[in-house]
Design a protein around this ligand. Structure first.
Ligand SMILES: Cc1cc2nc3c(=O)[nH]c(=O)nc-3n(C[C@H](O)[C@H](O)[C@H](O)COP(=O)(O)OP(=O)(O)OC[C@H]3O[C@@H](n4cnc5c(N)ncnc54)[C@H](O)[C@@H]3O)c2cc1C
Length: 364
């Protein structure tokens, strides 16, 4: 039976970042069930490099977003991945929202984000013409990235070191041995077995299902999975936006915000909608909700130029309260060499390289 150091299940941005990092000093095999990498959450998001403003102190999100942002900008420079440090304006319209902005400012400081600027009401139009707000914060270290090129660069890094990537290969299960795992795969319709010392489950929306297929893992360590769809509408036409514009965050997401891609295309979203099955269908009936939300900060919106675009699905482990990333090592579940990643929702793209560092330190 073929033997190697590590198998990483799932070629989304997180699995790819982990595989690329581990391949610096291990034999790594990265597997993907689909024909292409990154077809799920990693290609269905806002492509925003988050600054790390909101996440509560001492959470993995706070720690790994801020560290991940720094690593990501360095990586983009090194591997020529297109990005723009475009900045974002966070807006408030009421006294209650202004209080939330103040709390975000304090939380950002605690998270080590020290570059936030208060924008005086008379300057808001300078940053964001046509935007209606009474108070605003400006985050200069927020950016946008070409996430596909980022994933390509991770694959290049993996393949330049000791790593291999195979598509059309599904993880079917694993049994623990004295020194690792026997992993069962379906490679393009053919069954295949191999042995690895470390098994990393970065399956995103399938991570819970994968974990249930690992024989010696106690199911009680597998958290719930709730699909939370977020859809986007794109804006066809000229617009005044040169920075990203966000309202204050809501319970399960960051609110219907305005983002730009690297070509300057404006889009709005994502909203939040819990669904019962994995379904990326977009719903045109949501348009009224979008129009209402956008007009709160951009009253001049021409709604005839708003067209439904695409949807992504957040891997939530809870329907209530804030959720953190869950990264379980043997310290949690007792299975040596096994790492399960659950609930890697936003800011998982930003944090991916820091998640990889975190996982690397657990496999040494
Ligand atoms: C609407 C939305 C907006 C977002 N916006 C942002 C943002 O602006 N900035 C940011 O930082 N983050 C954002 N995120 C979060 C970010 O997109 C995710 O955190 C990140 O893409 C998760 O990557 P992943 O690799 O964990 O999961 P995925 O991209 O879902 O990849 C998991 C992969 O594993 C594969 N897989 C699963 N099981 C198996 C198996 N048994 N065998 C083989 N392969 C398997 C799947 O096919 C899939 O390709 C957003 C997310 C959503 C949903």
């Amino acid at each position: 039976m073929e033997k190697l150091d590590t198998v990483v299940v799932g070629a989304g941005v997180v699995g790819m970042a982990i595989a690329a990092k581990l391949s610096e000093n291990q034999d790594v095999l990265l597997i993907e069930q689909n024909a292409q990498f990154g077809e799920h959450s990693s290609s269905r998001n806002s492509e925003v490099i988050h600054a790390g403003l909101y996440y509560p102190t001492d959470t993995l999100k706070a720690q790994l977003c801020v560290r991940g942002k720094a690593l990501l900008y360095q990586h983009c420079d090194k591997y020529h991945v297109p990005y723009l440090k475009i900045g974002k304006i966070l807006t408030a319209k009421t006294a209650c929202e202004a209080e939330t902005l103040h709390q975000i400012e304090c939380q950002a400081q605690l998270n080590g984000v020290t570059d936030l600027k208060r924008v005086s009401p008379s300057h808001i139009q300078h940053y964001a013409p046509e935007i209606q707000a009474t108070e605003a914060l400006y985050s200069p270290s927020t950016g946008i990235i070409d996430s596909h090129q980022f994933m390509r660069s991770l694959l290049t890094k993996l393949e330049q070191s000791q790593g291999h990537y195979v598509a059309n290969t599904q993880f079917l299960g694993a049994q623990q041995t004295q020194d690792g795992y026997i992993v069962e795969l379906n490679c393009d319709g053919e069954p295949f077995q191999l042995h690895c010392r470390n098994l990393i489950n970065a399956g995103g929306l399938f991570a819970q299902r994968n974990a249930m297929l690992i024989e010696d893992l106690d199911d009680s360590f597998v958290p719930e999975l709730h699909y939370c769809r977020g859809q986007y509408f794109s804006y066809q036409g000229q617009h005044p936006f040169t920075h990203l514009v966000y309202p204050v965050p809501e319970q399960h997401g960051l609110g219907i915000h305005a983002t730009l891609d690297l070509a300057g295309q404006l889009r709005f979203g994502p909203d939040t909608h819990f669904i019962s099955s994995l379904n990326y269908q977009i719903d045109d009936r949501e348009k009224n909700k979008f129009v209402h939300a956008i007009k709160q900060y951009w009253p001049a919106l021409d709604e005839t130029k708003l067209q439904s675009a695409y949807a992504g699905i957040r891997a939530k482990t809870t329907r209530s309260g804030t959720q953190d990333f869950t990264i379980q090592t043997s310290d949690t579940h007792g299975c040596q060499g096994l790492i399960n990643l659950f609930g890697i929702e936003s800011p998982g793209l930003t944090a991916s390289l820091a998640i990889a560092e975190h996982v690397h330190s657990s496999t040494l």
